[in-house]
Write a protein that binds this ligand. Structure first.
Ligand code: TYD
Ligand code: MG
Length: 453
C-alpha cells in the first residue's frame, strides 16, 4: 500500500521543505517553492526487498566474467559532433544539450537527424510540424528517415517509439514533457525528474540513444534540479554570442569520452556549418601591421587552435582605471597585470586596459598568458609584434615563464600555418623542429627585451 505525502520543493535548487515558504533558505530565491505529492512506500525498503528478492532477474556478476561486445557507436555525418561525443553516439546513452534560447539547439539536432542514415524520431513539444518543416527546408539535406512528432505526453511518445522503432530519439525539450503518473505541472522538478528517469529506463532497455534538449536558467545552468545532470550520460553545452556567427559545443560531462573536446560551428542561412580549420578563420588579416595583437598557439580540447589576442592600453581618464575583457577571465588579466607591475616595472595604475579574443571565442587555456602580456606590451609601447611570431606559455606569480602541456602539437600547428617564431618556456623539453624557430624565455623581462624587434 503506497501512502502519499505532500512535500515542498524549491524549483531552482531542489531543496525540500515540510511547509510552504516565500524564500528558499538554500539558494535565496523567492517564489520558487512549490507543493508536490510524493508517494512513500509504507514498509521500509529493506523489508520490501526481502519479499521481492526472489523476483529480481539480475544478480551481481564478477567483473572478469562480463563479456563486452564492441561498442557499435553511431557515426554521424557531423565530424565535430562525433569528436565531441568521444567518437560517435553510444547505443542506449542519454545526452542532454543545454544552451541559451535561439543559440541553435533545435537546429543542431534537426540537422543531425536529417543527415543521418538512421531512423530518427524527433519529438517536439515546442514547435508544430509546419514550423519544423520550415526549418528543415532551410537546412540542405538529401534522403533521410526522420519522423517529426509534436507531442509532450511521455506515454504517447513511448507508444509511437515502439510503433516506429527508431534508431535515435530526440526530445525538444525535456521541460515540455509530462507524464500522467505524476500530478504536477509541466516543467516542475518532479515532472522533469520522473520523465528523465523513464526515458533513461527506456534507453537502457532498448539500446536506443536519446537526446534531450534542456532550457537554461539565468545563470547559464540547465533549468531543473542538478540531479538531471547526474542522471544522464553526457551533458553538452551549446554556447556562443548571438552577435557572432560562431557557436561552440562544449562537453560538461561524458561517461564515454573526454570532457575537454569542443566543436566549432558557424551559423549561416542554411543551418550550422562545421569549422574544421578554426585557426585560419579566427586570425584576422595577417598582412596589416597593427600594434596590440599577439597570436597564441592554444589548445582547446584535443585540438590546437591559433588564437588572436587583442589589447588596447590607453591613459585612464577616471580615477579608477578600466579593465575590460572579452573571451578571457578578468581575474586572470588582473593577475597578469599585477605580475607585470611587480616583476617588470610596467605601470598599470594609470592605464585603461581592454582585452579581446577575436571571433567571440571564450578561452581558458593558461598558455594564452604570454600572448596576453605580449599584446599589452605591444599596445602600450605602440610596437608591432612580427606577424609571423606566436606565443604559448603560462606566467607564474613571480614572473617566470612556465611550460604548458601539448607543446609538440602547438608547435606543429604554428609551423603548419606558416609561423616562423614561437616563444615558449625555457623549461620545456627541447623539440626537433623543421622551419619554425623556437625562442625560449625564462622570465617576462626576457619577453620585454625580445619584443622590441
Ligand atoms: P534554434 O535552433 O531555433 O535555437 P534554439 O532551439 O536553441 O532556441 O535557432 C534559432 C536561430 O538560428 C534563429 O535566430 C535563426 C537562426 N538560424 C539561422 O541563422 N540559419 C538557419 O538555417 C536556421 C535553421 C536558424
Ligand atoms: Mg528550440
Amino acid at each position: 500500500m503506497l501512502k502519499s505525502k505532500t512535500i515542498f520543493f524549491c524549483q531552482n535548487c531542489g531543496a525540500r521543505y515540510p511547509k510552504w515558504q516565500g524564500q528558499c533558505q538554500k539558494c535565496g530565491k523567492w517564489n520558487t517553492i512549490e507543493e508536490q505529492i510524493v508517494q512513500n512506500p509504507s514498509k521500509k525498503i529493506w523489508d520490501n526487498s526481502k519479499s521481492e528478492l526472489t523476483k529480481s532477474s539480475t544478480s551481481p556478476v564478477l567483473i572478469s566474467e562480463i563479456n563486452v561486445q564492441s561498442e557499435n557507436r553511431i557515426i554521424t555525418m557531423d565530424s565535430e559532433f562525433n569528436r565531441v561525443m568521444g567518437g560517435g553516439i553510444v547505443p542506449g546513452s542519454i545526452v542532454l544539450l543545454g544552451g541559451e534560447p535561439g543559440i541553435g539547439k533545435s537546429t543542431l539536432f534537426l540537422q543531425l537527424s536529417l543527415t543521418l542514415n538512421q531512423k530518427v524520431l524527433y519529438v517536439s513539444g515546442e514547435e508544430s510540424e509546419n514550423q519544423i518543416k520550415l526549418r528543415a527546408d532551410r537546412i540542405k539535406h538529401s534522403k533521410n528517415n526522420c519522423f517529426i512528432y509534436p507531442e509532450s505526453k511521455l506515454e504517447n511518445i513511448f507508444i509511437q517509439a515502439e510503433k516506429i522503432g527508431p534508431d535515435i530519439i530526440i526530445i525538444d525539450s525535456i521541460q515540455t514533457l509530462t507524464t500522467n503518473s505524476i500530478d504536477s505541472v509541466q516543467g516542475s522538478i518532479t515532472q522533469l525528474r520522473s520523465c528523465t528517469a523513464e526515458l533513461i529506463n527506456f534507453a537502457k532497455k532498448t539500446s536506443i540513444p536519446i537526446f534531450l534538449i534542456g532550457h537554461i536558467n539565468k545563470d547559464g545552468n540547465i533549468a531543473g534540479p542538478k540531479i538531471l545532470e547526474h542522471m544522464v550520460d553526457t551533458v553538452l553545452q551549446f554556447e556562443g554570442d548571438n552577435k557572432h556567427l560562431y557557436r561552440i559545443l562544449r562537453v560538461k560531462k561524458n561517461r564515454f569520452g573526454s570532457t575537454n573536446e569542443i566543436g566549432i560551428y558557424e551559423m549561416f542561412s542554411g543551418g550550422l556549418k562545421e569549422i574544421l580549420n578554426p585557426s585560419e578563420i579566427l586570425i584576422g588579416n595577417k598582412n596589416e601591421k597593427l600594434s596590440g595583437t599577439a597570436i597564441c598557439a592554444s589548445v582547446e580540447g584535443s585540438r590546437p587552435i591559433m588564437i588572436e589576442v587583442q589589447a588596447l592600453v590607453s591613459t585612464a581618464v577616471y580615477g579608477t582605471p578600466q579593465r575590460t575583457t572579452t573571451g578571457i577571465n578578468s581575474k586572470r588579466l588582473n593577475m597578469l597585470l599585477a605580475v607585470l607591475e611587480k616583476r617588470a616595472g610596467f605601470n598599470v595604475v594609470s592605464k585603461d586596459i581592454f582585452i579581446n579574443i577575436t571571433g567571440g571565442l571564450k578561452v581558458e587555456d593558461t598558455a594564452n598568458d604570454l600572448a596576453i602580456v605580449a599584446a599589452i606590451l605591444s599596445s602600450s609601447g605602440d610596437k608591432v609584434i612580427d606577424e609571423t611570431s606566436c606565443f604559448a606559455a603560462e606566467i607564474g606569480l613571480s614572473g617566470e615563464v612556465r611550460p604548458v602541456n601539448r607543446m609538440e602539437q602547438r608547435i606543429k600547428e604554428a609551423e603548419k600555418l606558416g609561423y616562423s617564431k614561437i616563444f615558449i618556456s625555457k623549461y620545456c623539453d627541447k623539440m626537433p623542429t623543421n622551419k619554425i624557430k623556437v625562442i625560449y624565455l625564462s622570465n617576462i623581462t626576457d619577453l620585454m627585451s625580445m619584443l622590441t624587434i
